[in-house]
Write a new protein. Structure first.
Length: 245
């Protein structure tokens, strides 16, 4: 599952890469500030490209909320939903069946631009965080769906069964986020897609050769330290994993 991300690109780089425009200039300084580690369970604000306004970057809250809620109920919903993963991820296999996902599947898909994300690897009952990003340091496009609660966008990242690389990294859950290639990034927000088209995009395997994955500090998982610092994305090697990777 994808519960931790990093977003360090400047907004103008995202605008150029995805050919979009920030919808509110007042928030540019906020999103120009690099976030080396965003913990989904804190429900941070992140930029998304929503299907309903496919040419803009808009702030969204990580953690999808049912559309029948109002903005005053969001915090209470997150508190209750933490046992279900806080709405941070949605299993793509349930996209057209789950009550919370199916109403967004056709008309409220989104792209979540990230610099990278983190996944846990378990070895001898200990967890080791991996950071995954593009080798060329370009933004990654994660597939998601969203709801609109009053003036708020709330979103979730779609996941699927792991590819060989992610099965090796995320060796317990064996899941990964849905990463969109360049063609699918352009197509994901199209209103012309049917269910089979959407499933085809989700099932497309992102080229593992474009990604780099490496271990980072275990402080990423510690609630006692501020891990939203530049060094958290630095490589940290663990000798006990040398025979595994």
């Amino acid at each position: 599952m994808c519960f931790h991300t990093s977003t360090t690109h400047k907004v103008n780089r995202l605008e150029e890469h995805f050919k979009v425009t920030l919808n509110n200039e007042n928030v540019r300084p906020i999103f120009d500030t690099p976030n080396y580690h965003l913990n989904g369970f804190a429900h941070p604000n992140m930029l998304v490209i929503p299907q309903e306004k496919w040419d803009v970057l808009a702030p969204g809250v990580w953690g999808i909320v049912p559309s029948n809620k109002n903005s005053q109920e969001i915090k209470a919903y997150y508190k209750e939903a933490v046992k279900y993963g806080g709405g941070l991820n949605a299993q793509s296999e349930k996209l057209f069946q789950h009550y919370l996902y199916r109403e967004s599947a056709m008309t409220r898909r989104c792209i979540i631009p990230v610099t990278g994300f983190f996944e846990p690897h378990e070895h001898n009952k200990k967890k080791y965080p991996f950071h995954i990003r593009q080798k060329d340091k370009e933004p990654l496009a994660l597939a998601g769906i969203y709801s609109v609660i009053d003036t708020y966008i709330t979103f979730t990242i779609l996941t699927k069964a792991a590819s060989p690389l992610f099965e090796k990294i995320h060796n317990l859950k064996k899941r990964q986020p849905v990463i969109l290639n360049d063609v699918n990034t352009q197509n994901w927000l199209s209103s012309d897609l049917n269910q089979e088209d959407i499933k085809d995009i989700i099932h497309t395997v992102y080229p593992e050769s474009k990604l780099e994955a490496y271990t980072v500090s275990k402080e990423l998982f510690s609630p006692k330290v501020d891990s939203n610092i530049e060094t958290i994305i630095n490589r940290v090697d663990y000798s006990e994993l040398s025979e595994v990777f």
